[in-house]
Design a protein around this ligand. Structure first.
Ligand SMILES: Nc1ncnc2c1ncn2[C@@H]1O[C@H](COP(=O)(O)OP(=O)(O)OP(=O)(O)O)[C@@H](O)[C@H]1O
Ligand SMILES: [Mg+2]
Length: 311
């Protein structure tokens, strides 16, 4: 059984001037070396949840354990166990970039020498050596985000919470960030709780996800399991010669949809997919079918179908 880094039990958060629960009976757990993605629309309750996990917001009801420690009653323990990149900007605006990063490392317990070395390595990795001596307050949005991300890594806590880390970043920086997250998971066994709207990017990185809507978790699990269990449409598309004998098509067991003169598709699901492929490869269409393409639903399709349900 893997080690549990985080456990959230029956967590509720009510803000005074919001007439519903911002978090409504949330249950989740994150294991060592796991990258867990939290997805949901604006206002779904993601930041509310992570701020409670990071000890910056008191839950209305429920339990949160980090490394088996009840952190609601021991919030001063939290900084020893996790690092947090918040969604909003930081207060350290008057510092130079290198000072901000090195001080962050030092307050996580690194010696000054070690903090400087780690800062240099991370700055080099992101190819932003020219930012080192700049003052935080006049950096661009994307630059500020990278520096915040680097600071969240300093001292390499075993659990790192990232609230929309890639916002404002250019594609190259995003790529470097995700690659580094995967490497840190693999090499150091670090666990990540990741809030993001970049589902295309997240689906290559996360081990498990939760989709949250109006404060409640709608779906939780491995993306591939969630996709399979939803039984969403899979399209099998292929080409046939334009002068094909129509009888051959009528004999097919499956509902064939003609897209144009030569392109066809069959809509199916995970359960029937293999049977259909067998039928195409060994049946009437054998030898004449070309360019078979299987379009499976992605995490984006699942997300959209879940968050727009009943709207
Ligand atoms: N201090 C507050 N007082 C009252 N309501 C709040 C407060 N903070 C957040 N809310 C409300 O709680 C709900 C959840 O907000 P939260 O910031 O957790 O959403 P989110 O999922 O992080 O959204 P986003 O993707 O836009 O960052 C929203 O409806 C928000 O307006
Ligand atoms: Mg948020």
């Amino acid at each position: 059984m893997s080690l549990e880094v985080l456990k959230v039990e029956n967590l509720f958060k009510k803000y005074e001037n919001l007439n519903r629960y911002a978090n409504n009976d949330i249950n989740l757990e994150i294991f060592q070396g796991e990258i867990f993605g939290l997805l949901g629309k604006n206002g779904a309750g993601k930041t509310t949840l992570v701020r409670q996990i990071c000890g910056l917001l008191l839950p209305t009801k429920g339990k949160i354990y980090i490394d088996n420690i009840d952190i609601i009653n021991n919030s001063s323990e939290i900084p020893y166990h996790l690092a947090y990149l918040s969604q909003s900007l930081y207060p350290h605006r008057a510092l130079k970039v290198k000072e901000f990063i090195v001080y962050t490392g030092m307050y996580r317990g690194l010696s000054k020498e070690k903090a400087i070395k780690q800062m240099e390595n991370l700055i080099k990795y992101f190819k932003i050596e020219d930012l080192k001596d700049r003052i935080m307050y006049n950096l661009s949005g994307g630059e500020t985000r990278i520096i915040g991300f680097i600071a969240s890594l300093m001292g390499f806590r075993k659990f790192i919470v990232l609230d929309e880390p890639t916002n404002d970043m250019d594609p190259e920086k995003r790529f470097l960030l995700w690659e580094l997250v995967k490497t840190l998971k693999k090499q150091l066994g670090i666990s990540f709780l990741l809030v993001t709207h970049n589902i295309y990017e997240a689906q290559d990185v996360v081990d498990r996800i939760a989709i949250i809507k109006d404060g409640e978790i709608l779906k939780k699990g491995r993306p591939s399991d969630i996709i399979r269990n939803l039984d969403m449409n899979i399209s099998v598309k292929f080409e046939l010669p334009y002068n094909i004998d129509q009888h051959k098509l009528e004999n097919l067991k499956y509902n064939l949809i003609k897209i144009d003169d030569t392109n066809y598709k069959i809509d199916t699901n995970e359960r029937e997919l293999n049977l259909i492929l067998e039928n195409i490869f060994n049946g009437e269409l054998k030898n004449i079918v070309r360019n078979i393409n299987i379009e499976k639903p992605t995490l984006v399709d699942v997300y959209l179908s879940e968050v727009t349900k009943n709207e």
